[in-house]
Design a protein around this ligand. Sequence first.
Ligand SMILES: NC(=O)c1ccc[n+]([C@@H]2O[C@H](COP(=O)([O-])OP(=O)(O)OC[C@H]3O[C@@H](n4cnc5c(N)ncnc54)[C@H](OP(=O)(O)O)[C@@H]3O)[C@@H](O)[C@H]2O)c1
Length: 294
Amino acid sequence: MEPRQHLPAKRNNGDRLVAVVTGASSGFGMLTTLELARQGYLVVATMRDTANNRILIQQVGEARLTEFIECMPLDVTDHGAIGDTVNRIIYKHGQIDILVNNAGMAIGGCIEEIPMEDWEKQMDVNFFGLVAMTQAVLPFMRERRQGKVIQISSISGRLGFPGYGPYAASKFAVEGFSEALRLEMLPFGVHVVLVEPGAFKTSIWNKGFDHMAARVPADSPYSRYFNAILRYSKNTADHADDPQEVAYAVARIARSRYPRLRYTLGKGARMSILGKALLPWKWFERILIRELEK
Ligand SMILES: NC(=O)c1ccc[n+]([C@@H]2O[C@H](COP(=O)([O-])OP(=O)(O)OC[C@H]3O[C@@H](n4cnc5c(N)ncnc54)[C@H](OP(=O)(O)O)[C@@H]3O)[C@@H](O)[C@H]2O)c1
């Protein structure tokens, strides 16, 4: 008989498997929380400020999923709170089967002009937060010899776009960390997976644009090139894909028996990866810069 490729979201005793999502107050995190609950998981939706859970709670109510989603406060830069939160979840639910490291933000600007504290902030949330969260959950997965750590990386973890240096650096770090971790954990039956979305319509874009535009003064030597990048980014954001696609993909990965290391999502992202792999870098960069300067 063929082995089943999709796992049930239930334990042997019929209880739901437990998924933990970070940054669940909006965007991919919120949609993934809902999708995992629909697919049969009990989801602990963590977020910096549980006062921001209004939209999630409303959608949970409409979908009649209230008893399967629990909100907990968690700022992923607070490493002490991470340990306490994970222990609370284990105490209450006994196990963690799926961790979705989703919390993130994007800092842009021109590398020469970005202050060090912004680099640190970017790495604290997107990288060190994800490392701390993963470290806290791993012992419980390793002991049970099962579990999945799903990292919401980005196309920016495969390709460094100009104007997004800190963001690209943080996501490249996530990629290297996760490749190494995948190989460390496979012998223990724990799967580490990278999800690499291209451009999807969430609030991360607008939050970043306001900050970026304010950052580059009109007399900056970068201002012309930077404004072209900003225009290109806004246009990309306007035509970005439906974020529900990412939530579906994460839920499919959660239930997959043998998930791959990487899932690149969105047409543009797949094309970029293909272009980078097939074209000589000199050609590729020429095309990219020409596109940006249009
Ligand atoms: N949208 C895209 O096109 C795209 C593409 C590739 C990758 N991604 C990645 O997808 C992930 C989710 O982003 P999104 O697009 O869904 O944007 P989003 O709607 O802005 O969601 C980001 C979430 O992360 C949370 N967050 C930020 N800092 C945090 C912290 N210190 N502790 C805990 N949570 C924190 C935010 O919470 P607050 O509401 O409290 O700020 C928010 O809930 C990010 O890792 C992002 O890099 C997005």
